[in-house]
Design a protein around this ligand. Sequence first.
Ligand SMILES: [Zn+2]
Length: 177
Amino acid sequence: MQPSSPKLSPCLGCGAMLPVNARASIGATHDYLLASAECWATFGEVLAREYSNAAYAKVHRLTVDAYAVQHPGHPSPQSIQSVTLHLISLCLVLECGFDMDQATRTMQRLARHKSDFVWLTPPNSLGDKTILDVWQAPDAIAHVKAVEEWAQSAWSAWESHHPQVRQWTLDWALNCA
Ligand SMILES: [Zn+2]
């Protein structure tokens, strides 16, 4: 090992290998998404690009959805609601052809069904793309492509639950669109 190689540690959520404490403040993570501090800080940098540049922002919906379903955490009312809503959003965009604004507006109306949400046991692998692939994109065009591939990868990882998510989408989202 090269003496200059940074020590890498895997994120407990998505598995991304990130340099330990390179950009993170210790302990600065989300309260129910299970992510390493390094992964959470990387996500924050990606969000900052999307908030400051419209060319990056057009895939913001997918960025938030992919990150949430790759960091499901443990069963709690908040994590159940988060995973359910973000999987439905991915289904709406990737399978039903909704644009990002339509998906966001639809998600906002779905909270009223939250008493019917149930915990879906996360798959062992949450996909082979992570926030790191997006963070490494050199420009807006590469960013959009990386987010689309990451979102597809994260959605595919939940394949065993697709029948349930499609049913919820049909019952709650398409009927209220
Ligand atoms: Zn992660």
